[in-house]
Design a protein around this ligand. Sequence first.
Ligand code: PLP
Length: 262
Amino acid sequence: MIFAGADPTGGAGIAADIQTVSALGCHPAPIVTAVTAQDTAGLKQYTVVDTDLLIAQARSVLEDMPVAAFKTGMLGNAANLAAIATIVSDYPSIPLVVDPVLTTGAGDELSEQPLEDGYRSLLLPLATLVTPNSIEMRRLATNADSPEACAQELMSLGCEYVLCTGSHEPTTEVSHHLFGHHRMLETINQPRLPHDYHGSGCTLASACAAGLAQGFEVTAAVREALAFTWNTLAKGHQLGMGQHLPDRQYWARRDPNNKANS
Ligand code: PLP
């Protein structure tokens, strides 16, 4: 079950999540939190879904179908964040992946109010895995500076694992750090890709949720999700005039020169 905002480019948001979990063999139950108007160059406007309607979407599905994992993306405002925390707290055995979306890649805020306090007090304590990029991690961990200290602070709030992604850091390779059990578990390095991408964080968090939904341990789900996401970016396209979009269907693309496909 995915709580996320709609992005009409299909690059980020709920379309990205639906494509990702479908590509990885899961059925998505998409709960829309907000509707944005944007193109690949930037955000124009958005409206947040009424909290009662958000709750009704989720409760309808939860009372009808089994759910194997939760994933949150853009939430839109503090009321929606609180409502989602209440809903997921009723299902403590279902893994929860929190992508703590605060802004678009260009830095436009994606919430009517600051959400840091809500994430810290309501959602992170319920999370199996939280997947901040390094900018989000610094905003959420108010009392720490180094990645290790920030992750320790987030884990002390109650989330089990923290995957801090490194593409925003000025490094030659991109280094992602996975923390759990109050220590750093592993660093996964990936070659830096040449473009600016829209929807990479959504793809990664949804791929982690798909792995957890299928029974993978967190470390295995994270490794697979990072590899899948890197491939979607490496095979991505510049479909508009701004950021490149991941290609989450790259594995289904047929090569006309390959007789095995005919
Ligand atoms: N969700 C929505 C609806 C968005 O518009 C965006 C970014 O524009 C995001 C999430 C976060 O996207 P990314 O995966 O690029 O961090």
